[in-house]
Design a protein around this ligand. Structure first.
Ligand code: ATP
Ligand code: MG
Length: 236
């Protein structure tokens, strides 16, 4: 079976800075892949190249074999992206934002109602979803953005820093939802600084430093992720 996401030797330069320097990675169906690495190492730039917000200088990104640069609309139908600073229209309520998302994905009214019913209790924010998002806390914006991301049942979800604003209960809810999504065949790419979140929920981890993927490893119950991170990043 073809991997959901294939990144082939992408590079990206910002003036003098080689922000991404030959990154290749591949995520099969049913896998949660976590990118970890120091501030400024290139995680967000990689995500932006994958989703087509940045054009890599060289290399390519295939989403289910579709080249995001050559067939952007076709590729973009397959994934959801939650950036590290999710934007939600401030004048919409959470419910309106979810309905808009469903509409943009071509859902009928019945499909929209039933999908929102499935999702509205994931986090305990049903009351909040009736209010306009300009009053939301950071964590509740992130939760609403996450609900919008899984709503269309994408092939892959890409989330840059999924849990920075979340309380511990919500971190578990989001992590468990990602596991459920992956068990149903979805793929996930996250970038995170929370090594324990990567260890608990990801099956595979990549360490990025200075724009290079310097180590990849699978997670088992015995993986010492803190030790590997410390050792790998201190070698450079
Ligand atoms: N639009 C841009 N113009 C110039 N330099 C940029 C731009 N975007 C990112 N950079 C630089 O590219 C490098 C990689 O940044 P990036 O945001 O990808 O890192 P990151 O790993 O996501 O960091 P963090 O952990 O802080 O989120 C940094 O040195 C950053 O300053
Ligand atoms: Mg970042």
């Amino acid at each position: 079976m073809v991997d959901t996401l294939v990144v082939e030797s992408i590079t990206k330069r910002f003036n003098e800075l080689q922000a991404i320097d030959g990154i290749s990675l591949s995520i099969p169906p049913g896998t949660i892949y976590a990118l970890i690495g120091p501030n400024g190492s290139g995680k967000t730039t990689i995500a932006n190249c994958i989703v087509g917000l940045l054009k890599p200088d060289s290399g390519k990104v295939l989403i289910r074999s579709i080249d995001i640069q050559k067939e952007p609309i076709k590729a973009k139908r397959l994934f959801s992206y939650v950036s590290d600073n999710p934007a939600i229209y401030p004048y919409l309520t959470g419910y309106e934002f979810l309905r808009l998302t469903a509409k943009l994905h071509g859902f009928t009214k019945e499909e929209t109602d039933s999908r929102i019913k499935e999702l509205e209790n994931l986090f305990p924010i049903k009351d909040i979803l009736t209010t306009t998002t300009d009053g939301y806390s950071r964590g509740n914006i992130e939760k609403t953005a996450f609900l919008a991301a899984i709503l269309p049942k994408p092939t892959i979800i890409i989330i840059d820093e999924p849990i920075v604003g979340l309380d511990p209960d919500s971190v578990k809810i989001l992590g468990d939802a990602l596991i459920k999504f992956a068990k149903a065949g979805g793929s996930v790419l996250i970038s995170t600084h929370t090594l324990n979140f990567a260890k608990t929920y990801a099956q595979k981890v990549g360490i990025v430093q200075k724009g290079k993927l310097i180590k990849e490893f699978s997670i088992t119950s015995k993986t010492d992720i803190d030790g590997i991170y410390e050792q790998t990043t201190s070698n450079i």
